[in-house]
Design a protein around this ligand. Sequence first.
Ligand SMILES: Cc1cc2nc3c(=O)[nH]c(=O)nc-3n(C[C@H](O)[C@H](O)[C@H](O)COP(=O)(O)OP(=O)(O)OC[C@H]3O[C@@H](n4cnc5c(N)ncnc54)[C@H](O)[C@@H]3O)c2cc1C
Length: 371
Amino acid sequence: MNILVSGAGIAGLAAALELGTRGHDVTVVEYGRHLRLAGTPIDIRGDAVETAEKMGLLAEIRGRRLRMTESTRFVDSDGEPVGRIPVARISDSDDDIEILREDLMRILADALPDTAAICFEDSIGALAESGDGVSVRFASGRTRRYDLVVGADGQHSAVRRLVFGPEEDYLRHLGVYIALAALPDGTRSEDVNSIYNVPGRLAGTFWYKDKAVAVFQFRSEPLAYDRHDLDAQKKIVIDTFADHQSWRIPELLDAVRADPDFFFDSASQIHLPSWHRGRVVLVGDAGYSPAFLSGRGTSLALTGARILAEELDRCGGDHTAAFERYEARQRPYVTFAQDSVDGGRERMLPTSWSAIAARNEALRAADTDRR
Ligand SMILES: Cc1cc2nc3c(=O)[nH]c(=O)nc-3n(C[C@H](O)[C@H](O)[C@H](O)COP(=O)(O)OP(=O)(O)OC[C@H]3O[C@@H](n4cnc5c(N)ncnc54)[C@H](O)[C@@H]3O)c2cc1C
């Protein structure tokens, strides 16, 4: 089949790999100028580890395994450690793998077969299904017909908007925003990754290989902003932390100002009654974002891409049957992931100084028990 995938993130690349290796002709359209490699480490958990093995990628993924969470400390305003993240409580098992988002993206992209190609700086402008295919008009103006369209374009999916309706109908805001900014070279001053809390907010530094990233999270009601206006998003973060000049916050806000690849988004879930309509199907955050607080978005993207490709194979071209089977097999993973976000928010973003102190006390007690 001739298949168009919208979005070259984890879900899009995994879908292109799985569909391409099964002999389909796959085009991935990505609106970025290049692969968007930003991000803190992400997790491959539970059945997604087995999925990575079936995809033939597990050895390479294991080779780039990190143990960042284990080396992350909550710190006070002097940078002194006040608690460790309880890894045992957030992992499903010792088999869980933490890896840089960038590394997983590269592993997937390098594994793409000749039958899959990525087309950058373009996106789907309109699509219409008729007869035995979908006609697509791209933002660049070109048009083409495909047998199937896979929407893997993330939490704010354009395919979902075009086919299923406005984002507001499906997006459930969890009351938290995240921002990431690259730190300039040479700013490393500690051996551990640090997270510093003020009520309802955190700022942190993560170091890996030769790179460093500043992380911000804060609680907030839904904010209205233009997702294509980077300066407006930077201003939100800068204003949110303006009254907090403690620890390294001023320096990290400078990194926000300077980073052209600055990333900002909400912790939101996508809840759709069905992930397919006609010849269009959604994979990954586009269809069922569990929110970054769950730590399971990447695992869902991998299992989703694999199951979709397997079912298209099994159903021998009957896309309707394949989409239904994909949904039936993937839905339990999604429900589990979407149900597992609350602990993360309470642990990472206590709402008052006394709640921060209580969290630190609990972490220290848990640490003592472990020894
Ligand atoms: C730059 C970036 C940084 C991230 N950092 C983190 C992180 O630090 N921690 C974390 O837990 N999660 C992070 N995520 C989200 C995480 O990657 C996903 O939750 C998870 O891996 C599921 O992947 P996905 O492919 O469904 O979505 P995503 O990884 O979000 O990928 C979606 C892709 O679609 C592209 N796209 C979006 N709209 C369009 C469009 N209209 N047309 C064409 N392409 C489009 C995007 O540029 C992106 O490449 C990040 C995502 C991105 C894009």
